[in-house]
Design a protein around this ligand. Structure first.
Ligand code: NDP
Length: 246
């Protein structure tokens, strides 16, 4: 029997990159997976691919994590169709790097909404059920930028430091409840994340950058490690970065 057979995981931001890879890895461990993001067609393609490779159940729920009702509905639909939520991966995020002097205030707001409020809505929707069942695992995807601040990452880092603070507080508050918390901090991973950057100064800076980034699956394996430990083991923080990233 696989380690996570008959469990159910919700993954936000599952329509690409790290979230997609986490969904596939968890499915390979036997978990039923619920894929959430805004691009439902891409989610459906990914679900179909998982269905070809595994025999778990998959669900697609179009979700904007900045909308509290959407995230509540995501958890409620999952419970109706698949029963309890065992794992909730708060992965959806945006990294709209910019220099403060260029004043991209709408992008700052978007990062706060997706990266912080989105995670809070995930906790709000998933935690009560986990506390009732005395078990569960919440994974929050922060970043190396939640440990260090780089030029142009000031606001993004602020949101990822906030994610890490949430993880640290949850870990302490929930330690006697059976609900485990893992903060995952990736370094540079080759995904669509940088495609949405609009600050020309940042784009120019990136032209001179050469580094072998990680693949999404490198992070998915870290998540799998955390959720497949025995019940008494709480993996609180995993940092994974490319060899060449300082
Ligand atoms: P991608 O851009 O490939 O994935 C981001 C995901 O977030 C997409 O599935 C996107 O789906 C989803 N998303 C964005 N906004 C919303 C929203 N409002 N509601 C629901 N879903 C949303 O990037 P990554 O896979 O790299 O990013 C995943 C996480 O990893 C992020 O939290 C990111 O900050 C973090 N991270 C990434 C690193 C990297 O180098 N790639 C490094 C450190 C951390 P859709 O557009 O369909 O809604």
């Amino acid at each position: 029997m696989k380690k996570l057979e008959n469990k159910t995981a919700i993954i936000t931001g599952a329509s690409s990159g790290i979230g997609e890879a986490i969904a596939l890895r968890l499915a390979e461990e036997g978990t039923n997976v619920v894929l959430a993001a805004r691009r439902s067609e891409r989610l459906q393609e990914i679900a179909d691919n998982i269905q070809k490779k595994t025999d778990v159940r998959t669900m697609v729920v179009e979700t904007d994590v900045t909308n509290k009702q959407d995230v509540e509905a995501l958890v409620n639909k999952t419970k109706e169709e698949l029963g309890a939520v065992d794992i909730f991966v708060n992965n959806a995020g945006v990294m709209l790097l910019s220099f403060l002097k260029n004043d991209h205030v709408e992008e700052w707001e978007q990062m706060v909404d997706v990266n912080i409020k989105g995670v809070l809505y995930g906790i709000h929707a998933a935690l009560p059920g986990m506390l009732e069942q005395n078990s569960g695992h919440i994974i929050n995807v922060s970043s190396v930028a939640g440990h260090e601040v780089f030029p142009s990452s000031t606001v993004y880092s602020a949101t990822k430091y906030a994610v890490r603070a949430l993880s640290m507080g949850m870990e302490k508050e929930l330690s006697k409840t059976g609900v485990r918390v893992t903060n995952i901090s990736p370094g540079a991973v080759d995904t669509e994340l940088t495609d949405h950057i609009t600050d020309q100064d940042v784009l120019d800076m990136f032209k001179d950058r050469s580094m072998n980034p990680l693949e999404s699956d490198d992070i998915a394996r870290a998540v799998t490690y955390a959720v497949t430990q025995p019940d008494y083991v709480n993996v609180n923080e995993v940092i994974v970065r490319p060899m060449q990233q300082k």
